[in-house]
Write a protein that binds this ligand. Structure first.
Ligand SMILES: [Zn+2]
Length: 139
C-alpha cells in the first residue's frame, strides 16, 4: 500500500504557502527572502507581497514625513556615508587603473629589454661596484 503521508511531506518540502496572499509557491529564495532567524530559513511572506507592502508603506503620508524628518536630522551623516561610498568606489577604480598602468609599463619594459640586450649588458658591466677609495689609500 502506498502511504499518503509520504507524498504530503514530499510536496510540503517543495512548496510553501505565503501567509499573506495564500499562494502556494516553490520554496526557494527566488520566491521567499532568506531569514536566518526562522527555522525554515525563509520568510513566511513571499517576495512579491513584501515588495507590494513596501511600496504601500512608503506611500503613506506619515511615513513620508518620517523619512523627511529623518533625512533632515541625519543629513550630515547621510551625506558623509554617500561620500565615503563614492570614495571607496573611486579608490577601487584607481587601484585598477594603477594596476593596469603598472602592467602596461612592465610589458613595455620587457619588450624594450628584449630589444636592447647588448645595451643592458653594457649598463650592467659598468654598474659593477667600484672599489672604495679607502682600500685604494691602503695600497
Ligand atoms: Zn504572497
Amino acid at each position: 500500500m502506498v502511504s499518503m503521508g509520504d507524498n504530503k511531506t514530499e510536496s510540503a518540502k517543495m512548496k510553501k504557502v505565503c501567509t499573506k496572499c495564500q499562494k502556494e509557491l516553490p520554496m526557494t529564495v527566488e520566491f521567499f527572502s532568506r531569514d536566518r532567524r526562522l527555522k525554515s530559513g525563509l520568510r513566511s511572506i513571499c517576495k512579491s507581497c513584501i515588495k507590494k507592502w513596501r511600496v504601500e508603506y512608503l506611500k503613506k503620508p506619515e511615513v513620508k514625513e518620517r523619512r523627511r524628518e529623518y533625512y533632515i536630522e541625519n543629513r550630515e551623516q547621510i551625506i558623509k556615508n554617500k561620500k565615503q561610498y563614492r570614495n571607496r568606489i573611486k579608490a577601487q577604480k584607481m587601484k585598477v587603473e594603477t594596476e593596469k598602468l603598472h602592467e602596461q609599463y612592465w610589458e613595455a619594459y620587457s619588450r624594450w629589454k628584449a630589444a636592447h640586450k647588448e645595451y643592458i649588458q653594457f649598463l650592467v658591466s659598468t654598474a659593477k661596484p667600484v672599489q672604495s677609495t679607502e682600500s685604494y689609500k691602503g695600497e
